[in-house]
Design a protein around this ligand. Structure first.
Ligand SMILES: *Cc1c(COP(=O)(O)O)cnc(C)c1O
Length: 351
């Protein structure tokens, strides 16, 4: 039987998606060829790419003016690509430091210009989202991380800014209803909520590009990738195909409003147990709690062996917290069923 997979990333994918993806390795589309041995310029793969792009636009309700790209290099490559493409020569960018990934992003931006860290929750081990700050009007863009995968905090509201707003949405894209048009650029590594590692989704407003006054190497230039429909070089065909299947699965399920409801239900079930069971304590500030990554610990460390054994016997996988936080982290991405959360809660009740 499949384990209850609470892994933070790469993450659980729908079983039917895994089945279709594995079939495609042997025989794609009934063409008697494998998906990974056909040309990415073949009609059948171009159709996959188009379908994936259209599903992104449909699911996020993106109006005209946004380009959707599937790139490589992970979200980590976007830390520098966003700065390279948006920070003007002698320019400045504003960053909100809400965790390890934000601080990695702003470290890269410093290579391209001045970085104004508007607020940071590092003082409390990143267990909350700072809220009182003003976005400077002379910043070329403002960068936020919507969900802090490691610490289990999530932005419930996004800053209002006259300038550009950039968001690393790696671990909660397609999980909740947001007005996606408030962002000028969104990026997300596929492997948290969309597909296998290897593809990175970038959604960018065309009109904001080409204004920095710097020369950008082709592979790092969004405009080059837009001009070639994500086919400037060989795209990661398997990651794009599997992402497309997951997006199709999500669409068939009723899209983001349907999955948001499920995600809220799952999170409510686990948080209720954390808050009512004296053997456990939550890590993140209540008002900033993530629906995707739920961080908690035992109140008595002496229970660790017992709890770990119970989880293991129940087929629970990937519950160990990130080494920088310790304790436990239940990652409950879109494909994790409510039943898996119920299994975890049942084991917690035994402590
Ligand atoms: C995992 C993660 C990253 C890094 O993603 P890679 O694709 O491994 O580079 C960046 N940001 C957030 C919020 C993440 O969760």
């Amino acid at each position: 039987m499949k384990k209850h997979n609470f892994s933070a990333g790469p993450c659980i994918l729908p079983q039917e998606v895994l089945k279709k993806a594995s079939d495609s390795i042997l025989n794609f589309n009934g063409e008697d060829l494998s998906l990974i041995e056909i040309s990415h310029r073949s009609k059948s793969f171009v159709e996959v790419m188009d379908k994936a792009i259209n599903l992104v636009k449909e699911l996020l309700h993106l109006p005209k003016g946004y380009a959707v790209l599937f790139l490589q290099g992970g979200a980590s490559m976007q830390f520098l690509m966003t700065a390279y493409n948006l920070m003007k020569v002698d320019g400045k960018a504003a960053y909100l430091d809400t965790g390890t990934w934000s601080s990695k992003a702003l470290k890269e931006a410093k290579l391209f210009g001045e970085v104004d860290v508007l607020a940071s929750s590092k003082d409390k081990g990143y267990n909350y989202i700072p809220k009182n700050y003003t976005v400077p009007s002379d910043a070329n863009y403002m960068h936020v991380t919507s969900n802090n995968t490691i610490f289990g905090t999530q932005l419930k509201a996004f800053p209002k800014t006259d300038g550009l707003l950039v968001c690393d949405m790696s671990s909660d894209i397609f999980s909740r209803k947001i007005d996606f048009t408030q962002f000028d650029l969104i990026y997300a590594g596929a492997q948290k909520n969309m597909g296998p590692a290897g593809a990175t989704l970038v959604i960018v407003k065309d009109e904001i590009l080409g204004k920095t006054g710097r020369q950008i190497p082709s592979m790092l230039d969004y405009q080059v990738h837009i001009g070639k429909d994500s086919m400037f070089n060989t795209p990661p065909v398997f990651a794009v195909y599997t992402s497309m299947l997951t997006l199709q699965w999500l669409n068939d399920l009723g899209g983001i409003s349907a999955i948001e409801k499920r995600n809220e239900e799952k999170a409510a079930l686990l948080y209720a147990e954390i808050d009512s069971n004296p053997a456990f304590v939550g890590f993140a500030a209540k008002e900033d709690r993530s629906l995707m990554n739920i961080t908690f610990n035992l109140t008595e460390q002496s229970n660790q062996e017992k709890f770990d054994k119970l989880c293991n016997e129940a087929g629970i996988n990937g519950l160990k917290g990130h080494r920088s936080v310790g304790g436990y982290r239940a990652s409950m991405y879109n494909a994790l069923p409510l039943e898996s959360v119920q299994v975890l809660v049942n084991e917690m009740k035994k402590i």
